[in-house]
Design a protein around this ligand. Structure first.
Ligand SMILES: [Zn+2]
Length: 281
């Protein structure tokens, strides 16, 4: 098993089709299968296995896509059924949503799931009860905390290191880069597309120097240069944020190759990382 401390890059895709969260979304081109294939080719080129945090409508709409991710040896994990933030749910709703997510994934052949990521990294101090439910359902890790101040969600005091949060459940927080003024993510989604490369490289270097893995999140749309322009759901119809949603998609793979080459990163699944981490305890 790969050592989790040597330039480990926990590369993950939050596998969702934003069109399915829009009332008129199906008017736009379906792109998720083609885009996921592009990520699979990138991972294959680097002989790496990654984690796909998957929402409930993906196995319903694209069961063969889920099967091909599994057949190539990657990990499927939960990303909730309906992609509703944890803070908007009761404990009961959270649990039922998770069970539905598992059921839908199982129908497409994805069983033996041990990992979870909350929609928009929405586990905070106030919703830490979610960890107990995850542990109760047999999950062994979560990657659901943004350890920074954030207008939406964020749990700055959680800190940058993974730790056991309930029974045997390991929380692997999103990597953030500290500065004097604020902590910001650098290794996922819009941040990875927008920040200057020297800052991103510095974030990777700081984490690797401390023996920390870099965790990430990418979406199909982050690499999509062929999707029509539309207002993305979940950003309050903000013109500014919508511009960011489309910004610099064309350079994503160039940036990823830069990071892989600069640091000779080792990509492993979250599952493998969590089991190696627990094994050390
Ligand atoms: Zn998501």
């Amino acid at each position: 098993m790969a050592k989790p401390t040597k330039n480990t890059f926990l590369f993950s895709i939050d596998l969702e089709d934003v069109r399915l969260r829009m009332s008129d979304g199906l008017h736009f081109k379906p792109r998720v299968e083609e885009l996921t294939e592009q990520y699979l080719r990138f991972l294959d080129k680097h002989k790496s296995k990654a984690t796909f945090f998957t929402v409930g409508d993906i196995p319903e709409q694209y069961p063969s896509l889920v099967r091909s991710i599994i057949s190539e040896g990657h990990e499927i994990a939960c990303h909730s059924d309906k992609h509703i933030s944890v803070s908007s749910q009761t404990k009961e709703l959270f649990k039922n949503d998770l069970l539905q997510n598992l059921e839908n994934l199982a129908k497409a052949g994805a069983t033996d799931i041990v990992g979870y990521r909350a929609p928009v990294f929405s586990i905070t101090e106030k919703t830490a009860w979610a960890f107990d439910i995850l542990a109760e359902l047999g999950f062994t890790y979560s990657s659901s905390v943004l350890p920074a101040k954030n207008p939406l969600f964020g749990w700055e005091a959680f800190g940058e290191s993974p730790r056991i949060v309930s029974d045997k459940l390991l929380e692997i927080p999103l990597s953030v880069r500290g500065s004097r003024f604020l902590n910001v993510p650098f290794s996922g989604g819009v941040y990875f597309r927008v920040l200057p490369m020297p800052l991103i490289r510095k974030g990777f270097l700081e984490h690797f120097s401390k023996g920390l893995a870099v965790t990430s999140y990418f979406h199909p749309y982050d690499i999509d240069t062929e999707q029509e322009s539309f207002m993305h759901p979940g950003i309050n119809n903000s013109w500014f944020y919508n511009r960011l949603m489309y910004f610099n998609r064309k350079n994503m793979f160039e940036r990823l190759e830069d990071i892989m080459n600069t640091f000779d990163c080792k990509i492993i699944t979250y599952r493998e990382y969590a089991s190696a981490f627990n094994g050390k305890k």
